[in-house]
Design a protein around this ligand. Structure first.
Ligand SMILES: C=C1C[C@]23C[C@@]1(O)CC[C@H]2[C@@]12CC[C@H](O)[C@@](C)(C(=O)O1)[C@H]2[C@@H]3C(=O)O
Ligand SMILES: O=C(O)CCC(=O)C(=O)O
Ligand SMILES: [Fe+2]
Length: 349
């Protein structure tokens, strides 16, 4: 089916933003583990994201990735193209996906398997490939650990019989997790000013995987779409904090929790005079993994919302669609009684 146009144009401008509603969670659990997992479930159910502080990722690990990324982006354009095109992994500039989405950025998308990183690093840092691959591998290890801690806490907060069942999807050796490094150039107009606040760095979308762990430098730009309390959604600016991680629910976690946790729509607006550098770890399962609602999340009051699907199937669908598409809707079960009924109809693409 045809992808709908981005709804960004229709969404309210930043000046109409809802009062800041950025849940912040102290990962050192000052009030105990049970309270920490309760806070996480609440933040993910109501907002789909939170800011993690005291997260345990050493600042030098992030700084090392920043330095390696900045060194790559500073190379001449012809040299960077050697690490592209994004097929869908690799170096890309402005074009996002293969359906006409564009943004004011350049990026690297890498699979997190260390062997794959090592191979790609030969085109990224030709003088010393291991300088780049080691920085990425060390970073990935640290953020995967953080992601799994969060997923275990969620498992506990959701009252799962097997609380580690979600994090196991990510720790498997054939996990399809990715890391994406984005560089948004300063949006100077040439006359000393900056572009209008409407310049899109990375258009509106939800992340397809299980969980996204985002860190950026001190440059603002990330916005999340949140209910404004008056029955509308509004874009809320997420103030930059290089010492924190911003964690968001992906489409698969929404499906696994039968819609209890919500995959948040977000975007990046490019209107600053400094480059924004960000790195996002997308925690994903293995390609063959079947995704269906965890039994504890399916009740008489909350019947099954999505039909089971594999990550490979979901990924194939997502790559045929525009960035802004509500792709999880295509897997919705329709009909009375939810998905446990033999009579269910499934929305076809
Ligand atoms: C337009 C697209 C880019 C994207 C693949 C897609 O067809 C739809 C999902 C997009 C997205 C958003 C989150 C991540 O940045 C990303 C790497 C992902 O897994 O899904 C991108 C994809 C991409 O840039 O290849
Ligand atoms: O670069 C950012 O800050 C966010 C980008 C993003 O949402 C993505 O790459 O999926
Ligand atoms: Fe995203």
């Amino acid at each position: 089916s045809a992808a709908p146009a981005s709804s960004s144009a229709a969404a309210p401008a930043c000046r109409d933003m809802a009062p800041a509603g950025i849940p912040t969670i102290d990962m050192s659990a000052p009030a105990g583990r049970a309270e920490l997992s309760r806070q996480m479930v609440e933040a993910f159910a109501e907002r789909g994201f939170f800011k993690a502080v005291n997260h345990g990722v050493p600042p030098r690990v992030s700084a090392r990735l920043d330095a390696a990324s900045a060194a790559f982006f500073a190379r001449p354009a012809e040299e960077k193209q050697q690490a592209g095109p994004p097929d869908p992994l690799g170096y890309g500039s402005r074009s996002i996906g293969s359906h006409g989405d564009v943004g004011e950025l350049e990026y690297l998308i890498l699979h997190t398997d260390p062997d794959v990183v090592a191979r790609k690093a030969r085109a990224i840092d030709r003088d010393d490939p291991s300088r780049f691959s080691e920085a990425v591998n060390e970073y990935v290890q640290a953020v995967r650990h953080l992601a799994c801690q969060i997923l275990d806490l969620l498992g506990e907060g959701l009252g799962l019989r097997d609380p580690a069942s979600i994090s196991r999807l990510v720790t498997t050796t054939d996990s399809d997790s990715l890391v994406r490094i984005n560089n948004y150039p300063p949006s100077a107009t040439g006359d000393g000013g900056v572009k209008a606040a409407s310049a899109v760095g990375f258009g509106e979308h939800s992340d397809p995987q299980i969980l996204s762990v985002l860190r950026a430098n001190d440059v603002d730009g990330l916005q999340v779409l949140l209910p404004d309390g008056r029955g509308e959604d509004a874009w809320v600016q997420v103030p930059a904090d290089p010492a924190a991680f911003f964690i968001n629910v992906g489409d698969l976690l929404q499906a696994l929790t039968n819609g209890k946790l919500v995959s948040i729509r977000h975007r990046v607006m490019a209107s600053t005079s400094k480059p924004r550098l960000s790195a996002i770890y997308f925690a994903a399962p293995a390609l063959h993994e079947s995704i269906s609602a965890l039994p504890e999340t399916v009740t008489a009051d909350a019947p099954r919302r999505y039909r089971p699907f594999t990550w490979a199937e979901y990924k194939k669908t997502m790559y045929t669609l525009r960035l802004s598409h509500n792709r999880l809707d295509l897997f919705k079960v329709v009909g009375e009684g939810g998905g446990d009924s033999e009579q269910v109809r499934v929305v076809q693409m």
